[in-house]
Design a protein around this ligand. Structure first.
Ligand code: ATP
Ligand code: MG
Length: 470
């Protein structure tokens, strides 16, 4: 703990002097004030951790000083000093916010006991604050959202594999699909959760630096190696190493990594000793590793070592039913963060979200919602607050599907419905409506089958049925 500042407010010079002397000797930084007014001023300027205040003071009295200081800082820790026997004043002081009281005259040892107690309390409060902050940052499977059948299966498997101790895991998926989130959740759900979780982004460091970061080096291994340095594999002992963007590592590092995976030992650069490491490796990439193997930029043997257990995270557009769910989750999150009044998606936005392709996946959805919630003045998110590029892309997609319709290419089979397109043309709106009616009839009004037939999600189908008043 850093040196604590203690403010002593007492008009008796001898008491101030004696307390200041003893406190300094015990490693505190003591500051004296001879009146309540002076004490309050010093409190505002110096923010001492602890205040010792006498009751009888010239000018404002001790009890008033306590109240004033408490109004400046609710958490201020104050010890009240009062003449022996005036128990009522002591009770009054505690009611006003004093943490402790001490009867005068006292021996310094008594003050010391009180200060030790306070220090312990402060330490515990600090630890609780740190823990609360850490808990907020900890990602677990409970934070991962998705109700679609396919996604739930993936989470189920990931939970299972998290329980194994050393199985290597390869996370694949486009950017923003949740690879980072899964890596954290797996670590936090494993028996290694109280050991380090170390992430390294393999594309962010120059090749030689990456190698020395991962494996460490002996003193004198190269010109700049003035001292021995442990690598991340060693530092993560007992925990998890997350190698993000694994597709970017160079040939030499690939060979060394293969060695770690095969033998569970590392050798520092310039070293001869094999150091055993007890770690789990999770690797991730959005690159197509099979293609990288074909063009010889990634070793096939390393690929097979990494993909002992492979998790492929689907792009958001392949689990469209989850879009409203995730969108609402982020609305709630940002609504409380920015203290707004937004509670849901407007129907139009919902339909747009369901139709949009989300190339940036959940990260893009999160960013779109964050921006829209900040701008929104209504209780539901309006289309006006979506980024222009996104609306542009939806319109583009809409236009190209219109072209397909007039050419008669409906769906992939192209022959579900036949049209006679009159020369004067007709309304696309009407075609869509008729198609939905047709499909609903064909499936005996079964929405799941109808949405499958039309290649859209049930949410989109419901939205469209509402739109066409079906
Ligand atoms: N299933 C999910 N539920 C809730 N939030 C998610 C989910 N998946 C991802 N996110 C959020 O989306 C954002 C992107 O996720 P993450 O960083 O894990 O993606 P990534 O696959 O590692 O992307 P990149 O390849 O760009 O590193 C994060 O803000 C994360 O909190
Ligand atoms: Mg990532």
């Amino acid at each position: 703990m850093k040196q604590l500042k203690i403010l002593v407010i007492d008009d008796e010079k001898l008491i101030r002097w004696s307390l200041e002397k003893h406190l300094s000797a015990k490693g505190y930084q003591a500051i004296g004030a001879e009146s309540g007014e002076e004490g309050i001023k010093i409190f505002e300027q110096n923010h001492p951790e602890i205040v010792l205040v006498d009751n009888k003071l010239p000018g404002i009295q001790g009890l008033e000083v306590i109240k004033k200081i408490k109004s400046l800082d609710e958490e201020a820790v104050i010890v009240f000093m009062t003449a022996y026997g005036s128990i009522e004043t002591a009770v009054e002081a505690m009611k006003s916010g004093a943490t402790e009281y001490i009867n005068k005259p006292f021996a310094f040892e008594e003050v010391e006991v009180i200060l030790d107690n306070i220090k312990n309390k402060l330490k515990i409060i600090k630890e609780i604050q740190v823990l609360k902050r850490q808990q907020k940052d900890i990602v677990t499977f409970d934070h991962i959202i998705g109700e679609s059948v396919q996604f739930k299966q993936i989470v189920h498997l990931a939970r299972k594999i998290a329980r194994t101790k050393t199985t290597t895991i390869l996370l694949l998926g486009e950017s923003g699909t949740g690879k980072d989130m899964f890596a954290h959740a797996i670590h936090n759900d494993s028996t290694r959760h109280d050991k380090p979780f170390i992430t390294i982004n393999c594309s962010s460091l120059p090749e030689t630096l990456l190698e020395s970061e991962l494996f460490g080096h002996e003193k004198g291994a190269f010109t700049d190696a003035k001292q021995m340095k442990k690598g991340l594999f060693e530092l993560a002992e007992g925990g998890t190493v997350f190698l993000d963007e694994i597709g970017e590592i160079n040939a030499a590092t690939q060979i060394k990594l293969l060695g770690v995976l095969e033998n569970r030992v590392v050798r520092r650069i310039g070293g001869t000793q094999s150091i055993p490491v007890d770690i789990r490796i999770i690797a991730a990439t959005n690159r197509d590793l099979k293609r990288a193997i074909d063009d010889k930029s990634f070793r096939e043997d390393l690929y097979y070592r990494l993909k002992v257990f492979q998790i492929i995270l689907p792009p958001l557009r392949e689990r469209r039913d989850d879009i409203p769910l995730i969108a609402n989750h982020f609305i709630t999150h940002y609504n409380s963060q920015f203290q707004k009044n937004v509670s849901h998606l407007n129907e139009g936005v919902r339909a747009m979200f369901l139709e949009y392709n989300w190339p940036g996946n959940i990260r893009e959805l999160r960013n779109v919602i964050e921006r829209a919630v900040i701008l929104e003045t209504m209780t539901s998110l309006q289309p006006d607050n979506l980024p222009n590029e996104m609306i542009g892309k939806i319109e583009q997609a809409d236009n190209s599907s219109k072209e397909n319709y007039t050419q008669g290419n409906i769906g992939t089979s192209g022959s579900i419905v036949e049209f006679n397109i009159p020369n004067e043309g007709f309304s696309l709106y009407e075609i869509e409506k008729q198609l939905i009616i047709h499909a609903l009839k064909k499936s005996d009004n079964n929405q799941t089958r109808t949405s499958k037939m039309l290649g859209i999600s049930r949410d989109t189908l419901r939205y469209k049925m509402k739109k066409y008043k079906l």
